[in-house]
Design a protein around this ligand. Structure first.
Ligand code: HEM
Length: 508
């Protein structure tokens, strides 16, 4: 090596080392968050968080480590160079202070989803609000009420598939089957055409593996976002050769993008003379029509942004809803007297044909069971980091402690026990326990699909409970269902075999 090159190399290394040392010292001792307690390493570098999320087996462990840090350092701790984590349910009222309070989102929160144009990935408060208002009408109570028949159709198809398995004696993977229904419902709603996972011969088992593998990699994509671009540059044939499940996912994504692009072009072509009413008459409404007919900036109506929006809706809406329904159902199957009591109440309501989700919700025990399932399953684990740029909240990088609240034993005694009575008793005492049910989050960034998810849960649970006798086979809660990893959604152990059931048709 020439001497001048050597000098340049040594100089670069020296400058790099001094620069890095300055950053570490600044973060640990002079950063506005430096007064908050927590491990020094976490304050100095994101490497601490990355170690727990990516390298520590079984992956996705930082949210669990944060609980341990709270026990050691107290309710307000610094968890990385830019974030403070607060374990105090009352903090929600400060964070979600309502209209007029600007809340931006940290780029790290959702960058792992690879859909930068989606409402979920919008960083600035105003951009988020505008995008969100264009999709809100499609997920309102009234809109979901109209959608009820689609949810019924999907669960009736699941019922038919389950009845076939009852005849043949074939065991059903319940989580996969529920994932198939929720995916078909949300794709039909968003794209106006279902992906028909319910019609796959394995009743959604491979698709379930695809989703679980995809979510398992969420921490990696969050910390190393370039992975998403690298993946998208690999040709499909090679992905299929390397990993069959990744091939299924990429094929689905490409098909979804193609539909988004087609619908976008159709709407563009029919503009000028064709009113929204006429568009609606030609095809059922989709979120695309809502976005295209909204007052959003033209950049927010681009073909690629619409594809991003649609895809995130689908990814956010499938696995989450299936997981909550599964957790609720398994607890019911493990408590025969509660199941019998619920059946006694639901059989009458179900005689009406296809009762609406509101009719099912009107049964207090059913409502309490769904609330308890939503609390206990609390499927979204991803930390949603908010910032208040125009307001002095005394803190700067602030995290919503979502999981903590659902399992806070001061609010929910014996928090890991499935106990629907807590909701009935709170209602009798006139207490608003719902205030602490934050599985769907709260405020302007709360889940847009909550009504759809609840509609599916009520109709799905009622269908399965009233029509089938399900028997758990070789089931181990810790191995097969308990959440032990953060993969954006809460994931079970890698040893999980899924929840397997033998199906019997219930004779009334
Ligand atoms: C039981 C099922 C569900 C649960 C527990 C759940 C939970 C959540 C939570 C906690 C958030 C906030 C995430 C954050 O702050 O970053 C969220 C956001 C979101 N959810 Fe859900 N979700 C469920 C079902 C659905 C469904 C069915 C859909 C759509 C069809 C959906 C679409 C979305 C979208 C698009 C966002 C981002 C909203 C925004 O940023 O404004 N979710 N969900």
């Amino acid at each position: 090596m020439a001497p001048s090159m050597l000098i340049l190399l040594v100089l670069s290394l020296g400058v790099g080392t001094i620069w890095t040392a300055c950053i570490l010292i600044y973060r640990m001792f002079h950063h506005p968050l430096s007064k908050f307690p927590g491990p020094r390493l976490a304050a100095a570098t994101f490497g601490y968080e990355i170690y727990y999320d990516v390298f520590k087996s079984p992956g996705g462990q930082y949210n669990y480590k944060i609980q341990e840090l709270h026990r050691k350092y107290g309710p307000i701790i610094r968890i990385n160079p830019e974030e403070v984590h607060i374990s105090d349910p009352e903090w929600f009222d400060v964070l979600y202070a309502g209209p007029g309070h600007i809340r931006d989102r940290s780029v790290r929160t959702n960058r792992g989803n690879g859909s930068v144009g989606s409402v979920a990935s919008s960083l600035e408060h105003d951009v988020h609000r505008a995008r969100r208002s264009s999709i809100n009408p499609y997920f309102s109570k009234a809109a979901i009420n109209q959608l009820g028949y689609q949810v019924w159709e999907a669960f009736e198809l699941l019922g038919a598939k389950m009845a076939e398995r009852a005849d043949s004696g074939e065991i059903v993977n319940l989580g996969a089957a529920l994932g198939a229904v929720t995916m078909d419902v949300v794709t039909r709603y968003v794209y106006d055409e279902a992906w028909h996972v319910l019609k796959t011969p394995d009743l959604g088992v491979q698709w379930n593996q695809v989703m679980l593998e995809g979510f398992s990699q969420a921490p990696l994509r969050k910390h190393i976002p370039a992975i998403a671009s690298i993946m998208s540059s690999i040709p499909l044939w090679l992905i299929k050769r390397l990993n069959a499940n990744a091939g299924v996912f990429v094929t689905a994504k490409q098909r979804a993008d193609a539909v988004s692009h087609r619908v976008w072009k159709e709407i563009q072509a029919s503009r000028g003379g064709v009113s929204e009413k006429q568009l609606d008459d030609r095809r059922p409404r989709t979120v695309f029509h809502g976005i295209m007919n909204s007052n959003l900036r033209s950049v927010d109506k681009s073909m690629d942004r619409l594809a991003d929006e649609a895809f995130v809706l689908v990814m956010a809406g499938g696995e989450t809803t299936a997981k909550v329904t599964l957790v609720t159902l398994v607890h019911l199957l493990q408590d025969p007297s509660l199941l019998a009591q619920l059946r006694g109440l639901l059989d009458g309501v179900m005689k009406a044909g296809r009762p609406s989700y509101r009719d099912l919700e009107a049964v207090p025990l059913m409502k309490a069971i769904v609330q308890e399932g939503v609390r206990l399953a609390c499927p979204v684990m991803n930390r949603a980091t908010q910032m208040a740029p125009k307001e002095d909240m005394t803190l700067n990088g602030i995290v919503i402690p979502r999981g903590d609240v659902c399992f806070d034993e001061k609010i929910f005694p014996d928090p890991y026990h499935f106990n629907p009575s807590r909701w009935l008793q709170a209602a009798e005492r006139g207490e608003r326990l719902e205030k602490y049910l934050i599985s769907f989050s709260r405020g302007s960034r709360a889940c847009v699909g909550m009504e759809l998810a609840l509609c599916e849960m009520y109709i799905g649970l009622a269908t399965l409970i009233c029509n089938f006798d399900l028997q758990l086979i070789d089931f181990d809660y810790e191995r097969d269902l308990a959440t032990v990893r953060d993969g954006f959604v809460g994931l079970p152990s890698k040893e999980s075999r899924g929840v397997q059931v033998r199906v019997g048709v219930r004779r009334l």
